[in-house]
Write a protein that binds this ligand. Structure first.
Ligand code: ADP
Ligand code: MG
Length: 147
């Protein structure tokens, strides 16, 4: 378990993850509303060199970021409002992996995740810290922990 004391620590952790991120990677961010998934995503985007605003992409469901705004293409996905499995198909997330990394909030909405997905769970602790736990697939073994 990794303890993230405040939002800045969560962003720093995201930036450390970003330094190891490659096209084709999928990061699934599990956790309740307010757990810090978007904060961690913002840290990843900052770490990839993006310096604009990072909002939760609830509308639209996918926010695509492209070089030269950041080091590699990244889709920030928030599936909170997805209900129909057909809508998920239309997003063509699998195709996007050909040249982009995916960061997915509410990944529980997907019927299945790719086997090499890095699964991160964020949980609020009393006092504001967040507990981060991960299921680390083979593709991430040499890259974990990122800091
Ligand atoms: P989610 O995307 O999981 O719904 P957000 O990242 O949008 O969550 O919101 C997390 C909220 O919790 C923000 O208001 C953030 O400032 C606050 N917060 C407090 N402590 C932390 C922490 N240690 N890590 C991340 N966010 C934190
Ligand atoms: Mg969010």
């Amino acid at each position: 378990m990794i303890r993230l004391a405040d939002p800045e620590a969560t962003e720093r952790f995201g930036a450390a993850l970003a330094a190891r991120l490659r096209a084709g990677d999928v990061i699934a961010l599990h956790g309740d509303l307010g757990a810090g998934k978007t904060t961690l995503s913002r840290g990843i985007l900052r770490g990839l060199g993006f310096d604009g605003d990072v909002a939760s992409p609830t509308f639209p469901i996918v926010q695509a970021y492209e070089p030269p705004d950041l080091r590699l293409p990244l889709w920030h996905v928030d599936l909170y409002r997805i209900e129909d499995p057909e809508e998920i198909e239309e997003l063509a997330l699998g195709d996007a992996r050909a040249d982009a990394a995916l960061v997915i909030e509410w990944p529980e909405r997907l019927p299945r995740l790719w086997p090499e997905t890095l699964r991160i769970r964020l949980e609020a602790e009393p006092g504001g810290a967040r507990a981060l736990t991960a299921e680390v697939p083979a593709a991430w073994e040499e890259r974990w922990p990122p800091q």
